[in-house]
Design a protein around this ligand. Sequence first.
Ligand code: M6R
Length: 606
Amino acid sequence: MCGIFAYVGPKTTIRVALEGLRKVEYRGYDSAGIAYINEGKLATKKAVGKLANLEKVLGEDASPCIIAHTRWATHGKVTETNAHPILDQTDSIAVVHNGIVENFEQLRHELEREGVTFRTETDTEVIANLIAKFYTDDLLRAVQEVMPLLTGSSAFVAIHKNHPDECVAAKIGSPIVVGVGEGEMILASDPNAIIHHTRDVIYLSDGEVVRIKPHSVELFDASRTPISKKVEQLAHSAEEFSKGNFEHYTLKEIHDQPQAIRNAMLSRFLEEYGTAIFEDLQIKPANLLAVKRIVIVAAGTSFHAGLIAGYMLEEIARIPTDVEISSEFRYRNPIVADGTLVLAISQSGETADTIAAVRELKAKGATVIGICNVHGSTLSREADGTLFLRAGPEIGVCSTKAFTTQLTVLALFTLMMARLRHISKTEGQEFLTALKAIPGQVEQILSQSDAIQQLAETYAQFNDFFFIGRRYMFPTCLEGALKLKEIAYINANGYAAGEMKHGPIALLNERCPTLALCTDMLTYDKVVSNVMEARARHSPILGIAFEGDTRLKKIATHLIEIPKTRDELAPITTAVVCQLFAYFCAKKRGADIDQPKNLAKSVTVE
Ligand code: M6R
């Protein structure tokens, strides 16, 4: 949940760290800091709040070796003292850390008994003091001694004042990437922060340690044996990490969707046979044919995509499917019967709960397919096969294009599974025709942005909302409500429309609008009745329906019309309306859209 950046090389200005931090700031942004070596001593600069605050306190010092951090607090309040880098008690070692040391209390007590004084509330301070304890002129060796003592999922980078040209990093569960430059080396939690220096990267695996100096990278496995690893080329361009002329990454990413969906489909279907193919999937068709049950694990927006996939897989492919929130699932003792296939959905591929659920399922013998956006992520490395979203980097904390590309990939996967079983070529071709029309339909919705903005500005005054819909629209309601909560800080509930009269309808009044998602045609009549019930309680109604709708138009206070598609694919287009609505509500309310409070992009702690 925190962002790490470290640099050794000729760009000695400490401001190089600021640029690196800007690229990982989305991972956490309650405080930030840097440490470097100045005249043989460790120097730190820290500030609470956004990077702009750190920028104000940065001087013009030079150092060939800098570590930097942007924090999402886990242990200890958001204060300058608790901001990283964290120093050992002798001010010789500085550490930046992402993740949690689960046994930190025990380690801290042991160190305190040995006379160590702690100055922060962080778990990271045990790492700094343990490195100091084991340090005898060799920072690498000391880090290697410390690693087996730590439990939980972490990645950290350490520097020592006596080694002004080296950083040592360790990966124990959380991501860390090495950038291999010409006479310069970089470490970061995300390749995003590296691409401006070099495209050559090495992904560390769990248990590995790396020592970087300007001209060398030394890698070691968990048994301290030197290893060599493949240098990979970053696939993305630097422009993909920029927000271009858009005011926010979130808005840019909403607008990226037509192309992102096209990319997600590219060369993944066979028109002639009315089916989908995934060349990147290393699982044989015979094994896919043997699947008797699917379990989907995911969190947040990815969970909502999973719920929609659950409906599709049961209805179209006729495969029993259970969809589980990964943070709940990981504490169960799941029964993995023969023929169970797991789909683990995660944009980042780093969500701790989803990774833990995957490990549990793999330990029980299940085959796992990851549905993921980030190459080299933990999920993509641990799954038996990965279907990449090809959405391009998603920087806004609020997930937008990841959701619609997840649905695209899941729709294709469903089609493939259905064609392997029972649906006809013609039915498959009809499905593909509808799917191929989606990017154009999303473009049409984006062209209605001004109208959606006007409506959002009218509704942004309300503090409570209900999103109601049935069947494919129920998870879409959950997703629409999540967007409004997350970026506009508005209390919004997604509800299965049929459930309203079992309790929540008591909350409806003229100050509590209802967003009625009426783009599931099988349940349209029922939802219209539920909308009537809401209107009878004076709830302002903002309806979303297919073009040409006449019934909802008569009862809704306002109506947004979108192009007609199949029920299974309507979540994609309807979600885009919800994203724009939330974005413009948030803008009207002056919220920090790309970096909503209390959140971080990738949730690498439980
Ligand atoms: O990277 P993941 O897809 O595993 O992330 C899961 C959730 O943390 C994420 O979808 C979160 O709910 C989004 N910020 C919602 O917009």
